[in-house]
Write a protein that binds this ligand. Structure first.
Ligand code: 16G
Length: 257
């Protein structure tokens, strides 16, 4: 595996002493790490904490802080005992209404699912409200871990009105796409969705499903999807890995502004 080096470290500056030198060295370290991450390839290994500390004349703690900052931004991945690597770029959700399957395929990634549960359930107040149903009406719940090239990216729990999609609780949506099933089997074509996005930390259950450490950053996306007639057909609550996924939004300025 390729390995990034710190060889471009400048060393000809006039010697400074005490805190000023410490600050300057830390700044050089931060700049060099930013460069390595910006220009390196995903999977490239960064120099060890010990090497960085000695190359830049800073404490190990300073190196850890600088690496922690990059890790929180999802730019590097630190593997216990195995080193620090430049992370894969995040997958961006496009501004169009697309399915997970379409999103992955558009990037040359093989979509997959692991089924956690597919069943009929009475709608609770929240789901009933979102889907325009009465509390207690039957909904189909589909709960899946979504994977890209076999790696868990999200956990999605979708609720759909059972009256509108009879038998959906028994249709295979592990191999295929739910949106394809809605279109092909039920003639339901989707038009728009609204999403609410919040941040949260992975609890033990989410962490184990997504294969990330507990307390890792997650994006919770709550989506209501409507068909071409404007009727709500899907109420989904998903958690996406914050280190692997990002959302891009576009906003128009009011012509009156
Ligand atoms: C996306 C949707 C989800 C939908 C799924 C269908 C978000 C946040 N969620 O993941 O609401 O159920 O696609 O995917 O974008 P599928 O057609 O591949 O099964």
């Amino acid at each position: 595996m390729a390995r990034a080096s710190t060889s471009r470290t400048p060393s000809s500056r006039p010697a400074l002493g005490g805190p000023a030198r410490t600050r300057r060295n830390s700044e050089r370290l931060r700049q060099r790490l930013d460069e390595l991450v910006a220009h390196g390839d995903a999977g490239e290994r960064l120099p060890s904490e010990r090497e960085l500390a000695s190359d830049f004349g800073v404490a190990r703690m300073t190196v850890r802080t600088a690496l922690g900052r990059l890790e929180r931004r999802g730019l590097i991945r630190r593997l216990q005992g195995a080193g620090t690597y430049i992370a894969e770029p995040r997958l961006a959700q496009p501004p169009l209404l697309t399915s997970f399957t379409e999103d992955m395929r558009a990037r040359g990634i093989e979509p997959g699912s692991q089924m956690l549960g597919q069943r009929l359930e009475p709608a609770d107040e929240r789901v009933a409200k979102h889907l325009g149903l009465a509390v207690g009406d039957q909904v189909v719940v589909i709960e899946r871990v979504r994977t890209g090239d076999g790696v868990a990216i999200a956990v999605e729990r979708a609720h759909l009105p059972a009256g509108r999609f009879p038998g959906l609780e028994a249709v295979d949506v592990v191999e295929g796409s739910l949106y394809d099933v809605l279109a092909v089997e039920y003639g339901c074509h989707l038009r728009a969705c609204s999403q609410r996005i919040t941040a949260e930390a992975a609890d033990a259950h989410a962490a184990s499903l997504l294969g990330v450490p507990e307390a890792s950053p997650l994006l919770r996306i709550e989506r209501i999807t409507r068909d071409v007639d404007g009727d709500p057909v899907e109420d989904v609550s998903s958690i996406y890995r914050g280190d692997r996924y990002e959302l891009h939004t576009e906003h128009l300025r009011s012509p009156d502004a």
